[in-house]
Design a protein around this ligand. Structure first.
Ligand SMILES: NC(=O)c1ccc[n+]([C@@H]2O[C@H](COP(=O)([O-])OP(=O)(O)OC[C@H]3O[C@@H](n4cnc5c(N)ncnc54)[C@H](OP(=O)(O)O)[C@@H]3O)[C@@H](O)[C@H]2O)c1
Length: 308
């Protein structure tokens, strides 16, 4: 009996050694194969990534990460000093490159000028990240064009920018458009989109974020056979960014957590177009996002408001 056990144990050891040997040969080959696939290795060499609102917070963190994978990053925001500092930091990092463009998204004219400059300077955009955002918990405010401020900056400016740059994104297919939305969503009341009725100011931010999700699903439908993936993301809840600091609420998560989720949508091979993601996972958005009539209504309204 002892002999049988010893022989069985030795047999197991021998099989173990053979398996370990085979794995030692196979693993490097498997890794080399993975690295040959740019998406799998997260290699963004030769890709152009435009990130709105990348002078601070989540956008800044993801600009650094994408440049670290070799991308050329179009950095955007209002603050030239922070924009130039980020471009210099990326250049110093030795991988990737960047260029800063200033544009205030509370003005549709500035959005148009920004889009025209990008169109002039870049033949292709591989990833467009619509991330710039404001969250103001006080009184209702309006944009330079007279529209409710959250709707104007968080949604309408990005609607216009995306429409203007769409030929460049389609040219780069397979390419991606990622709308940084939020778990905070409230349905659009088409009779009071500008929140002029008293007591509705607090709906500005969540309404603008749901508008981004409706736009995501609408555009994904439109581009289903063009090789462009369009998704929306809630990055993480109350990250430690300027936006949250200014809100007076305590941060609950780090910007790294949100950056991880956004990087997943930029690089993962299995991202599903038209999907709303919460962190790393597909999630269910507010019911209005699945209402095709509401999406068509928002599209028509947005074209009118943006003067298209
Ligand atoms: N923080 C969170 O917990 C959280 C949660 C869910 C979703 N989000 C979303 O994530 C995105 C990034 O937020 P964050 O927390 O990183 O905010 P943040 O640190 O305050 O950064 C906001 C960025 O947007 C730019 N921006 C703001 N107003 C602008 C305007 N009028 N024109 C052009 N650019 C403007 C800012 O650039 P300048 O200052 O240079 O203009 C900055 O780069 C937003 O869309 C936000 O709604 C955040």
């Amino acid at each position: 009996m002892a002999d049988i056990t010893r022989r069985w144990t030795m047999g197991r050891r021998a099989i173990g050694a053979v398996v370990a040997g085979a794995l030692a040969l196979m693993v490097p080959a498997m890794l080399a194969e993975r690295e040959a696939t740019p998406q799998a290795a997260g290699n963004l060499q030769g890709k152009t990534v435009l990130i709105t609102g990348s002078t601070d917070g989540l956008g800044r963190a993801v600009a650094l990460r994408t440049a670290g994978l070799g991308a050329h990053v179009i950095v955007h925001g209002r603050n030239r000093e922070r924009g130039d500092a980020l471009v210099a930091e990326i250049a110093k990092g030795g991988r990737g490159s960047a260029r800063f463009y200033a544009a205030d998204f509370s003005s549709l004219d500035e959005v148009r000028q920004f889009a025209a400059a990008v169109e002039r300077d870049y033949p292709r955009i591989d990833v467009l990240v619509n991330n710039a955002g404001v969250w103001n918990r006080g009184e209702r405010q309006v944009s330079r064009d007279g529209y409710e401020l959250h709707f104007a900056v968080n949604y309408l400016a990005h609607f216009l920018l995306t429409r203007e740059l769409l030929p460049r994104v389609v040219e780069a297919a397979p390419s991606r458009i990622i709308n940084v939305a939020s778990v905070g969503q409230s349905p659009i009341d088409f009779d009071d989109v500008m929140l002029e009725r008293p007591g509705r100011a607090a709906e500005g931010y969540p309404q603008s974020k749901l508008a981004q999700i409706l736009f995501t699903m609408d555009l994904a439908d439109e581009l289903h056979d063009r090789g462009v993936i369009v998704v929306a993301l809630h990055p993480a809840t109350l990250m430690n960014t300027t936006m949250v600091q200014q809100s007076g609420l305590a941060a609950q998560t780090s910007v790294d957590e949100g950056a991880e989720a956004l990087m997943h949508l930029i690089t993962a091979p299995d991202v599903v177009s038209g999907q709303y993601y919460s962190g790393l996972r597909p999630a269910r958005a507010n019911a209005q996002a699945y209402d095709a009539d509401a999406r068509a209504k928002l599209r028509a309204l947005s074209r009118t408001l943006a003067g298209m």
